[in-house]
Design a protein around this ligand. Structure first.
Ligand code: UD1
Ligand code: CA
Length: 462
């Protein structure tokens, strides 16, 4: 086991986002930028992570708690530069003495695990005290330029505002991501000079200090410009989303998923989809979603934190925090609300809402029906327009419908109520009492026919 760790800088304010929220919580494909960075660090082997918070620190800490993956945080009370930010994590770093520390910017979400791993390998192989993750870009404006030395390493990074014309022409730039030997970093952090112009402490100045101590510095050029991309305003954020969206869609396509037209298709980074599944336009898959093989999802479907089996067809379905097993068909215009389970072969038709319910194997809820807080067995048939009346104005109650029951059209099941196996309810019934197995319950007024009633009224009215 190595003693490696990661420090993620997330104290920035991001004024140009014009948001009440922290910049690092702005989302790319429905996931906060900080979440992308934390996951990339973990995927590259630095699962022991510390986030430096500042602006809106309470909100960032709240997000980290909700992730439940045990990230530490430290607060940077004053924004005095990237070097000062890392200094706040000195205690965390001390606990990783002898290891290597990855430093990343919390607002560069497309820094990927592969680049981080590549940089780590170079860092170890070259015996560096610091290895900068760099990128060669078309337009280096605004970034720190990498100063390569003849011997192969680097001798520094010069920021845009301090660069001369020759240095400004350098297109290899600092991504803001680095590997440091923890011991080397701790030795120089306290010695970082205050920049005379900005009054900030630059992490990039650690390079000269380490070289001065006879240690080695290098740069690892990542394969893509994407590793440096951040977003300062919503236009840039939209551009990041587009880039990430295209990359995710093409990743799935190359893995055997058909997305014939990507219009309006947004797939988050934590979604898995089986081969031969087709994703149609207007489909949004966000959070942790897993979809099996040979499905057709869409058009116009939204799935959030849900699991879908194989051979499933979802057309204009909204599904939240639920589970859909193999062979289910649902839609169009279906709402599956949290904590529902549709077992294999269930058929859900148009204008149906299912909430906090289990619907058993092969059961059918084909039209205009609400099933809430209910346990429905296998091979049950709901007629058109049925309602489980689960709320009496004070509390929610459950309905239980056993296997093979037949719920007639326009039935109200007033919860709590139990329909036994093969039980029937007559169309238009409002069922308030349990129905035993194999029984038929009729709960409606008997029809009265008054012959020639209309004629009689006409005569009376004259
Ligand atoms: C930094 C680098 C630059 C690099 C660029 C890549 C320095 C001196 N320069 O410049 O070489 O090309 O990143 O994007 O490091 N932060 C804090 N606390 C602070 C200051 C910054 O947490 O006091 C965080 C920010 O929230 C951000 C990251 O550090 O996530 C980078 O800070 P930023 O101000 O964007 O650095 P740049 O000036 O862009
Ligand atoms: Ca920046």
């Amino acid at each position: 086991m190595n003693n490696n760790c990661a420090v993620i800088l997330a104290a920035g304010e991001g004024k140009r986002m014009k948001s009440r929220h922290s910049k690092v919580l702005c989302e790319v494909l429905f996931k906060p930028m900080l979440g992308w960075v934390l996951d990339a660090a973990a995927a590259a082997g630095a699962s022991d992570r510390c986030v430096v918070t500042g602006h809106n620190c309470g909100e960032v800490e709240g997000y980290l708690q909700s992730r439940e993956d045990g990230c530490e945080t430290v607060r940077q009370a004053e924004r005095l530069g990237t070097g000062h930010a890392v200094l706040q994590a000195a205690d965390f770093l001390s606990r990783h003495a002898g290891g290597h520390a990855l430093v990343l910017c919390g607002d560069a979400p497309l820094m990927d695990a592969q680049s981080i791993r590549g940089a780590y390998e170079a860092h170890i192989k070259q015996g560096n005290a610091v290895t900068v993750i760099s990128a060669v870009v078309g337009d280096p404006t605004g970034y720190g330029r990498i100063l390569r030395s003849e011997a192969g390493g680097i001798f520094g990074i010069v920021e845009e505002k301090n660069a001369d014309e020759g240095q400004k022409a350098i297109r290899e730039i600092n991504s803001g991501g680095y590997w440091f030997s923890v011991d080397g970093l701790l030795a120089v952090l306290g010695e970082l000079p205050k920049n005379p112009v900005s009054g900030e402490y630059y992490l990039t100045d650690a390079i000269a200090l380490l070289l001065g101590r006879g240690q080695k510095a290098g740069a690892f050029a990542a394969g893509s410009e994407d590793v440096v991309l951040g977003a300062n305003d919503r236009v840039q954020l939209a551009a990041l989303n587009e880039r990430a969206r295209a990359a995710v869609l093409n990743g799935h396509r190359l893995a055997g998923v058909s997305i014939p037209c990507g219009d309006g298709v947004l797939i988050g980074p934590d979604v898995s989809i089986g081969a031969d599944t087709v994703i149609l336009p207007g489909t949004i898959l966000r959070g942790k979603v897993s979809i099996g093989e040979d499905c057709v999802i869409g058009p116009n479907s939204l799935l959030e934190d849900s699991t879908v089996g194989s051979h499933v067809k979802l057309n204009a379905v909204q599904c939240y925090q639920s589970q859909i097993e193999d062979g289910v068909t649902a839609g169009p215009f279906v709402h599956i609300r949290p904590n529902s389970l549709l077992r294999a072969g269930v058929k859900v038709g148009d204008f149906v809402e299912i909430k906090n319910s289990v619907v058993g194997n092969g059961s059918k809820v084909p039209h205009l029906t609400y099933v809430g807080d209910s346990d429905v067995g296998a091979h049950v048939n709901f007629g058109c327009g049925c309602v489980t009346v689960n709320y009496d104005g004070k509390s929610k109650n459950r309905c239980v419908v056993e296997d093979h029951a037949f719920i007639g059209c326009n039935t109200n099941l007033i919860a709590p109520v139990h329909i036994g196996e093969y039980g029937y309810t007559a169309a238009g019934s409002t069922i308030t009492d349990d129905v035993p197995e194999n029984a038929l319950a009729i709960a409606r007024a008997r029809q009265v026919v008054k012959p020639m009633w209309v004629k009689g009224r006409q005569e009376k009215d004259g």
